[in-house]
Design a protein. Sequence first.
Length: 89
Amino acid sequence: MKAKAGYVLRHVMDDYMLMPSGESADAIRNCVLLNRVSAFIWERLQAPVTRDALLAAILDHFAVDETTAAADLDRFLLNLRENHLLEEA
């Protein structure tokens, strides 16, 4: 899977915002607020990556147990899919 093109991650103060750019900016006028972990995941989705690789990166970078990390990752990936922000390989 990979992040859909046409969105740019911006870090402003303590907030992370996923903003449409290019043609996406014309079609979508909203930005998506992300937390630090979601922004971390989005950055890794800029290249094709598996769910297992994402989970390993989260566990390596953040102090979280595997069960919680896996559930949160799956929920975030589902949200990206539902909002057409993820390309499946």
